[in-house]
Design a binder for this molecule. Structure first.
Ligand SMILES: C[S@@+](CC[C@H](N)C(=O)[O-])C[C@H]1O[C@@H](n2cnc3c(N)ncnc32)[C@H](O)[C@@H]1O
Length: 245
């Protein structure tokens, strides 16, 4: 079930975060000032109610941008978009449409605002909804990007600065990654690709591989970084062929 109607950033845009918002859960009437991060060449605003954009995730965008040069025509879906920087950087400089999905309305507002801030409003829409909701989109996406929460529940206290909902991936950290694979299996166009971020190769080898087998996706390449792991998944019925990247 969609929690809000989709919003095209260039049209009926969600409220811009503005210079100062009042934040529930940060202390009574605590002012929340937007902060600025730079991800690749994009200027991205966020505040501590959502996950701080980490520079390394630009690697996911760069891989995606390279893949997009070969993938069939069609839009890009970004699951768990947060402030939107991964998807925005992936489609910047292309004509690809980007649909950002996040369950957190604060994240959605920032994603929409960041699209406008970086001159991408015309090609970006933002939906406040769950990963499972996105499985019902009537769209065939060429590329699905996903950056789900991937910390195991018993370890979230190690990251007190991070909002729990942004990082809690369930008992073994892979519950939301599995949801993303399931949704990608439903909405990926023939010849499409998924670039998934998780926390460890163990997550990829176990739960993600099992979810892929169930939902018709197979991992064809992975890239391991100090702060996370990226995997390229293709449709098994496409032959699981490697795309240059
Ligand atoms: C690890 S953060 C990634 C955010 C962003 N991509 C980044 O790099 O900062 C995960 C995001 O998933 C969102 N999220 C958590 N559970 C979700 C769900 N069931 N459906 C959609 N989004 C969800 C959170 O609100 C959070 O913004």
């Amino acid at each position: 079930m969609a929690m809000t109607e989709p919003t095209t950033t260039g049209l009926a845009a969600p409220a811009t975060p503005g210079p100062v918002e009042r934040a529930e859960g940060l202390g009574e009437d605590a002012p929340v000032r937007p902060r600025t991060a730079f991800v690749g060449r994009l200027e991205i605003q966020w505040d501590p109610r959502i996950l701080e954009p980490r520079p390394w995730v630009a690697e996911q965008s760069r891989w995606a941008a390279l893949l997009l040069t070969d993938l069939p025509p069609g839009p890009v879906l970004e699951l768990c978009s947060g402030a939107g920087h991964i998807g925005l950087l992936a489609v910047a400089g292309t004509r690809r449409e980007l649909v950002c999905v996040d369950v957190d309305p604060v994240a959605s507002r920032y994603a929409a605002d960041n699209a406008r801030r970086n001159g991408l409003a015309d090609q970006v829409s933002v939906r406040t909804e769950t990963i499972a909701d996105a499985a019902e989109h009537p769209t065939a996406y060429s590329l699905v990007l996903a950056d789900p929460p991937w910390v195991s529940s018993h370890e979230v206290t190690r990251f007190p600065e991070d909002p729990v909902r942004a990082i809690d991936g369930g008992a073994d950290g892979s519950a939301l990654a599995i949801d993303c694979v399931r949704t990608a299996g439903r909405v990926l166009a023939p010849g499409g690709a998924m670039v998934l971020q998780v926390g460890s190769e163990t997550q990829l080898d176990g739960p993600v591989a099992a979810a892929g087998a169930e939902h018709g996706l197979v991992e064809v390449e992975r890239r391991v970084y100090e702060r996370g792991v990226l995997a390229l998944l293709r449709r098994r019925d496409d032959g699981g062929g490697v795309v240059s990247g």
